[in-house]
Ligand binder design. Structure first.
Ligand SMILES: [Zn+2]
Length: 82
């Protein structure tokens, strides 16, 4: 793999999960009115079943986490999506 910008061969591959890229900061008002009840509800209805599926379901039902591969040039800092 060669950097598209400076032609250096010192390029690293980085795995970045999609979820981390999309994190948005919540405002104080959101926490006051929504966050304190929405998060436990979300956890009970989405995270727990997801965990149970992960633990008990056969491998074909495994939860997929979207991951993207990025190449990062160690020479000039240029990065691009695979
Ligand atoms: Zn480069």
């Amino acid at each position: 793999m060669i950097c598209g910008k400076c032609r250096s061969a010192r390029v690293n591959v980085q795995m970045v999960s999609e979820a981390r890229l999309k994190v948005k900061r919540r405002g104080v008002i959101w926490w006051l009115f929504v966050g304190w009840w929405w998060l436990p509800i979300k956890w009970i209805f989405f995270t727990l079943p997801a965990l149970l599926v992960k633990v008990f379901a056969p491998k074909k039902y495994r939860i997929k986490i979207a991951r993207k591969r990025y190449f990062v040039c160690q020479n000039c800092g240029y990065y691009w999506e695979f």
